[in-house]
Structures are given as structure tokens and as C-alpha cells.
Design a protein around this ligand. Structure first.
Ligand code: ACO
Length: 157
């Protein structure tokens, strides 16, 4: 398994992986926007044949107010079912966090996750140390609430 920075020619594979794994899907234009605007923050996991089996799509939050330190945001992460529990998502998250701190001096990273997503919650809270900052009622299209989670990136500074 190889984890590396995502390139523009990976975007279709990332989108295919996302479509298999999550109900939150994005236009190719949105993938391209991430790749062009924050080219150092998104990563892929590829198998021996170069097929994309996992990805993290990440950005710098654009809603930060003037004077506020920049912070990173994980738009989406997923790993194909047969490649789960191998530590791939953890590695993708750590690579992106390191890049957020090194390139943009991001002070923390944020994300949203469904309240019912036990696997992702365990990854974020128990493995990586994220904490719940807020509950966003009806955040998802089907009405489910989201946990808004954050993690300090101070250890990368
Ligand atoms: N149940 C409980 N804990 C889990 C699970 C699970 N199914 N999966 C991961 N974890 C926790 C464990 O603590 C695990 O460590 P361990 O295996 O040593 O016990 C740790 O997270 C690290 O797991 P990884 O192997 O790195 O995680 P994986 O590569 O399997 O990917 C992911 C986890 C991304 C949540 C995967 O299950 C997936 O793709 N799910 C569907 C898509 C999804 O829910 N994405 C997140 C949406 S939120 C967002 O995108 C911001």
C-alpha cells in the first residue's frame, strides 16, 4: 500500500471511491477546486496496481474571520471496504494534518461526522484525539445531526 499526495489525474478515482463509500458526494468541479486551491492537502492510498483504495479530500477553511489563524478542514475521507482496518485512514489523516500545519500554519483541523458513524467517530476521537465542539442539528441531507469535531495541530508546529 502506498500513500501519496493526490494528483489531478487521481480525482476520478477519488470520486469513484467516494461514491462507493458515502452518501455525501461531490461534483468533479469541487474535487478540482480542492486540488487546484490546496494542492498539498489531499492524499490517496493506492494498491500495487495503482488503483485508488482510499483518499482524504482536505482544504483550508474559507470562513475564518479576519485576524483568525487559518485552520484545516477535512471535506471527506473514505477507504474501500476490503482495505479497512489496516491503518490507511489514520495514515491519510496524519499526512494531511502535517501538511496543513507545515504549509498553511493551520492551528487546528475540523470536520463533520454523522452521529451514527461509529467507525469514523472511533477513528477521530479514540485514535486521533479529536473532540466534539458542537452538534449541528439536521446537518445532513437526510436530516441526521453532525458532530462538529476539532483537533489541535500544535504538535506539528
Ligand atoms: N469500528 C470501530 N473502530 C474503528 C472502525 C470500526 N469499524 N474502523 C476504524 N476504527 C478505529 C479503530 O480504533 C482503528 O484502530 P484499530 O484498527 O487499531 O482498532 C482506527 O480507527 C484506525 O482505523 P483505520 O484502519 O485507519 O481506518 P480505516 O482505514 O478502516 O478507515 C473509515 C476508517 C474511513 C471511517 C472507513 O471505515 C470508511 O471509509 N468508512 C465509510 C466512509 C466514512 O464513513 N467516512 C468518514 C465520513 S466523515 C468525513 O468524511 C469527514
Amino acid at each position: 500500500m502506498n500513500i501519496r499526495l493526490a494528483r489531478p489525474d487521481d480525482l476520478a478515482g477519488m470520486q469513484a471511491c467516494n461514491l462507493q463509500n458515502l452518501p455525501e458526494n461531490y461534483t468533479m468541479r469541487y474535487y478540482l477546486y480542492h486540488a487546484m486551491t490546496w494542492p498539498g492537502l489531499s492524499f490517496v492510498a493506492e494498491d500495487q496496481k495503482g488503483r485508488i483504495v482510499g483518499y482524504i479530500l482536505a482544504k483550508i477553511d474559507e470562513e475564518a474571520k479576519e485576524g483568525e489563524a487559518p485552520h484545516g478542514h477535512v471535506t471527506s475521507i473514505s477507504v474501500l471496504r476490503s482495505y479497512r482496518r489496516l491503518g490507511i485512514a489514520k495514515k491519510l489523516m496524519l499526512q494531511s494534518q502535517e501538511a496543513m500545519a507545515a504549509i498553511y500554519k493551520a492551528s487546528f483541523v475540523s470536520l463533520h461526522v454523522r452521529k451514527s458513524n461509529r467507525a469514523a467517530l472511533s477513528l477521530y476521537r479514540d485514535t486521533l484525539g479529536f473532540t466534539v465542539k458542537d452538534i449541528e442539528k439536521g446537518y445532513y441531507a437526510d436530516g441526521e445531526d453532525a458532530y462538529a469535531m476539532e483537533l489541535s495541530l500544535a504538535r506539528f508546529m
